[in-house]
Write a protein that binds this ligand. Structure first.
Ligand code: FAD
Ligand code: NA7
Length: 459
């Protein structure tokens, strides 16, 4: 019998987790299926693979990346540590709890560089369309080799969608914005605070992007930052220079008017209004249709498409836990595809999904969100051999992080946490986060003496 074929779309942290899951089975002597991973960018790492580009890339594909310069981890690294590849193993010394993007990108690459994963990935290849044949039980995946400008198709028994869901902007309209004279962009296209130095900036939205872009622009020298919320303000004790106002009602020229009757002039507007789950390569009947939440409907165990479990979605939930959650999902997906995890009837699956949705309905606050996602991961881990880690302790760290942010939004990144994988206490960074304007890996990994020597030589 010929080997089953598995197609993975996307080589971000989720797609790489799937490759790693198969590698770990192979190392245990198991025969694994034939795997091909398709990545439209030139390199792996998904969101963590920074690009300066906005709009379209050199081959005319929509730019995937939404990350920007000066982005530092927005949660403790101890909360995303991979249970089979620790930070100690990668860096060989304790590092701080909130590293900048290039450092986390380096970590992501560390585990995968040790394997032959690159042999399975076709870079510069976009998944264009998918069909499923009920009779042959096979997916046909249509692909574009962007470099050769060539379209071709291949058949697969299982298809993994690991394309992320923080790339396609949700961009609402506000009356009068058409005539706003300054820059208007979505957070997806924000590439760093530099262009807003000495400017009055308006951010619409009140979640992670709004919070992080506000603090970054304040740190790098914006004159003022105003956040405008639809439902609830972020509500922390903002420093002078950052404030929150209710939703914008309309714009007149460069002035925004707010629901509370106030108005203010701005130089630029960034819509921090979230993202759409968008799968332009999937026909309607295979497409996951959901808003950003912790338990998208129609995914059994949060990954198997209810109408066709051979179609597997990784990382489609909103995220507290990230890399470690993707791993647990990938391990379970692997076991299903290798015949080690049995999927029950459609009715049973529906019951299970409904149970999770009912639990999610009862969640009241962010701490409850953390508990909910922890319970989900525990459930996944219980079926596989993914190396267990103390999920509850990680949950406690998330709760502490939520509290730290509330206590002081400007200094929470100076806090340190203890790894549940190695027991190592994170190092204090050589420079306080608010004073650290350089996010390069080179500077980050310097010790205090090296930083002092550098600063002396520059003085
Ligand atoms: P992605 O990282 O989005 O990767 C998806 C991959 O699929 C990409 O490489 C893309 O090119 C590829 N792809 C898409 N469509 C196609 C196609 N049609 N054909 C072929 N390939 C395709 N998480 C944290 O843990 N800590 C943080 O501090 C943090 N900060 C964040 C900041 C921002 C601004 C954003 C947007 C997200 C942040 N995240 C953070 C969450 C982040 O999304 C996850 O950490 C992680 O990158 C998700 O991995 P993924 O593989 O599911 O998706
Ligand atoms: P989120 O977390 O999905 O939040 C979206 C925000 O946008 C949220 O505050 C919404 O307000 C707001 N929103 C959505 N539509 C509108 C309209 N029409 N008007 C005003 N406000 C609106 O997305 P983020 O980008 O913040 O975070 C996504 C990821 O990126 C995250 O994982 C981070 O790590 C980085 P609501 O509360 O729904 O009223």
């Amino acid at each position: 019998m010929s080997k089953k074929r598995i197609g993975i779309i996307g080589a971000g942290p989720s797609g790489l987790a799937q490759l790693r899951a198969f590698e770990s089975a192979e190392k245990l002597g198991m025969e694994v299926p034939e795997i091909v991973c398709f990545e439209k960018q030139e390199n792996w790492g998904g969101m963590w693979n920074f690009t300066w580009r906005t709009g379209v890339g050199k081959y005319g594909e929509p730019i995937h990346g939404s990350m920007y310069k000066y982005l530092w981890s927005n949660g403790p690294k101890e909360c995303l540590e991979l249970s089979d590849y620790s930070f100690d193993e990668h860096f060989g010394k304790p590092i701080s709890s909130y590293p900048p993007r290039p450092v986390l990108f380096d970590y992501i690459q560390g585990r995968i560089n040790k394997s032959n994963a690159k042999d399975y990935i076709r870079f510069n290849t976009t998944a264009r369309w998918v069909t499923y044949d009920e009779e042959t039980k096979k997916f046909t995946l249509y692909l574009d080799d962007l470099k050769k400008n060539r379209t071709y198709s291949e058949e697969f028994d299982y298809l993994i969608v690991a394309t992320g869901h923080f790339s396609t902007p949700n961009m609402p309209y506000f009356e009068g914005i058409d005539d706003f004279p300054g820059a208007v962009m979505h957070a997806h296209d924000f590439r760093g605070a530099d262009q807003f130095i000495d400017k009055d900036l308006l951010l619409i939205g009140s979640s992670y992007s709004a919070e992080d872009i506000a603090v970054q622009c304040y740190k790098h020298g914006s004159k003022s930052v105003t956040l405008s919320y639809r439902s609830n303000p972020i509500g922390v004790d903002w420093p002078e220079g950052i404030e929150e106002r209710p939703l914008v009602t309309h714009f007149e020229g460069d002035t925004a008017y707010f629901k509370d009757g106030t108005s203010k002039r701005f130089d630029g507007v960034v819509m921090c209004t979230g993202y759409q789950h968008k799968f332009p390569f999937l026909p309607d009947y295979l497409r996951l249709k959901t808003k950003n939440n912790l338990y998208p409907d129609n995914l059994y165990k949060g990954i198997f498409f209810q109408d066709l479990p051979e179609l597997i979605y990784l990382g489609m939930q909103d995220q507290y836990y990230t890399f470690n959650m993707f791993d647990t999902q990938a391990w379970l997906a692997r076991d299903y595809m290798m015949g080690k995890f049995e999927i029950p009837s459609k009715e049973e699956r529906r019951k299970d999904i409904d149970k999770w949705l009912a639990d999610y309905d009862k969640v009241e606050d962010a701490n409850g969100d953390v508990d909910f996602q922890a319970a989900y991961i525990k459930d996944l881990i219980s079926y596989t051999d993914y190396p267990d880690f103390n999920i509850d302790k990680v949950g406690d760290m998330f709760k502490q992080w939520l509290k730290d942010k509330e206590d002081d939004i400007l200094t929470y990144r100076d806090k340190t946490f203890k790894s549940v994988i190695t027991g190592t206490m994170a190092a204090e960074h050589h420079t306080e986060w608010m004073d650290e304007l350089d996010d390069s890996k080179k500077r980050y990994l310097m010790d205090e003496e090296q930083v002092e020597a550098l600063e002396e030589s520059e003085a």
